[in-house]
Write a protein that binds this ligand. Structure first.
Ligand SMILES: NC(=O)c1ccc[n+]([C@@H]2O[C@H](COP(=O)([O-])OP(=O)(O)OC[C@H]3O[C@@H](n4cnc5c(N)ncnc54)[C@H](O)[C@@H]3O)[C@@H](O)[C@H]2O)c1
Length: 451
């Protein structure tokens, strides 16, 4: 559904009127396209503590491979001239272990933050929190509050994230994603690379333009909406896609699958034999499993009949557990595989009328936390996307007032698009994302809900 307010504020009369009335002016976000695949402007690399303090080894080389040219540090006396504005700033704060070190975070970003171009990116690199050194843990945890606050105030479509890592190479696929137009609607996130047992072999794909070439992906609920966009994005990246949806949506499903050179699999994911039927359709195995199918049956608990509870829990959670278990047991999901499940910010913050939906989506987060470290032994990763307000048929059905509130109550002042969830899924699915495991990443423009 079109966001008319966003389009209005991007016109000259719209800008004039909304500024006179003091109304929000969300910036139009630029997504990835083949013609404009990169952020436009240089990348500034700064280290808290200055260049004399050792930063993350190999970081400069990793950043050089993002395709963004290195920027000179801005003069602290004022903003850089238009055209020279950095499109991204990476602050290496991995060496910050004291409160005094945090002053260097301020010192590094204060002079440059104003000059960052509209739609630009700030990525702060932090270290994992120490179990033994509480000063280090305090200083590193402080970065989280810093990043979330900067995300809320920076404005103009800019985003801010914290990536905790011990290795620059393990973080490469994540940095490439965050420093690209593909992450336009992801902000205020804390991403941990290389958790317990996680593989960080970081196999760079043979063909960077087709990183998923030779891989097979199955996307549930992909006749339309977010699932169709996920299937299209994985196909763009070279995967052979299997599109699964309920038999009632067969016509729409076949259209989507055909347009991607993929295969339609009409199947209700709640069927008791769903995993067996998927395994039978994929005799050569599966590399990427995306659990996207989902439904809502909203009512306040006092008015919610048991069948509304049961159907939501069955589609959104139980079928995810059953299918995952079945495809792992049958060996259909190959070593090196990727599983991406779909949570929701409702599963983090809760939502009136959605006790069933929020329970199912919170359950996804529990699944990810516990199973991901165990799957690491098989070199399989399991992560979840947690979308906020995404413009789809699901949210078009939301009453007008609540829909408008959902769109505006985030740092970017607008709803996301299915492609924003799809790009995040493609980053999880990337062969070099083997260090990204057990993460729940919100695609919500830094929604105020549950933040
Ligand atoms: N749109 C949002 O703002 C938003 C926000 C948070 C989370 N999500 C989640 O993202 C996912 C996709 O949402 P969407 O907005 O694209 O919804 P949508 O209703 O447009 O699409 C969902 C798809 O899942 C399919 N599906 C439903 N039950 C199924 C079943 N039993 N077996 C197979 N397929 C089934 C539907 O037929 C449909 O094609 C869902 O898991 C949803 O909960 C969406």
């Amino acid at each position: 559904m079109a966001d008319r307010y966003l389009h209005f504020t991007s016109t000259a009369p719209g800008r004039f009127l909304t500024s006179r009335l003091g109304l929000p002016q969300p910036a139009e976000l630029r997504r990835w396209s083949a013609e404009r695949p990169c952020l436009e402007g240089p990348l500034l690399h700064v280290t808290a503590g200055g260049p004399s303090l050792a930063g993350l080894p190999g970081l400069a080389e990793v950043l050089a491979r993002t395709g963004l040219k290195a920027a000179e540090p801005a003069e602290p006396t004022g903003p850089a001239a238009e055209g020279e504005r950095p499109a991204g700033v990476v602050l290496d704060a991995t060496g910050v272990v004291t409160v005094a070190g945090l002053a260097e975070v301020h010192g590094a970003l204060h002079p440059v933050v104003r000059s960052l171009s509209p739609g630009g990116r700030v990525v702060v690199l932090g270290a994992p929190l120490s179990d033994e050194d509480h000063h280090q843990a305090a200083a590193q945890q402080a970065l989280e509050g810093f990043v979330r606050s900067l995300g809320k105030e920076i404005g103009r479509g800019r985003t801010v994230q914290l990536v905790r890592t011990v290795s620059a190479t393990a973080a490469e696929s994540t940095l490439r994603f965050l420093l690209s137009p593909k992450s336009a609607y992801v902000s205020g996130q804390v991403i941990e690379i290389g958790g317990p047992g996680t593989d960080t072999g970081t196999a760079a794909p043979a063909n960077r333009d087709l990183p998923l070439a030779g891989r097979t992906a199955l996307v549930t609920g992909s006749a339309r909406g977010i699932g169709a966009s996920v299937a299209a994005t994985l196909a763009r990246d070279g995967a052979k896609v299997f599109c699964l949806d309920v038999p009632q949506s067969q016509a729409e499903l076949t259209r989507t699958a055909d347009s991607l050179g993929g295969t339609a699999l009409p199947l209700d994911i709640t069927a008791a034999d769903a995993a067996d039927r998927i395994a039978a359709a994929l005799p050569d195995g599966l590399d990427i499993l995306v659990h996207n199918a989902g439904i809502t049956r909203d009512r306040r608990l006092a008015n919610m009949a048991a069948d509304r509870w049961a159907s939501v829990l069955d589609v959104n959670l139980d079928s995810v557990l059953r299918t995952t278990d079945g495809l792992l047991k049958s060996g259909t999901l190959r070593p090196g595989g990727r599983i991406v499940a779909t949570a929701s910010i409702a599963g983090i913050a809760g939502n009136t009328g959605q006790t069933n939906y929020a329970a199912s989506k919170a359950g996804i987060i529990g699944l990810v936390r516990t199973l991901a470290p165990r799957l690491a032994e098989q070199h399989i990763t399991l992560n979840a996307v947690a979308p906020g307000f995404i413009e789809t048929r699901m949210t078009a059905a939301v009453p007008l007032f609540i829909r408008e509130a959902g769109r505006r109550m985030n740092s970017l002042g607008q709803g996301g698009l299915p492609v924003d969830v799809a790009e995040t899924t493609a980053w999880f699915a990337h062969p070099a994302s083997d260090g990204v495991n057990g993460q729940v990443v919100r695609v919500c423009g830094q929604s105020l809900l549950g933040a």
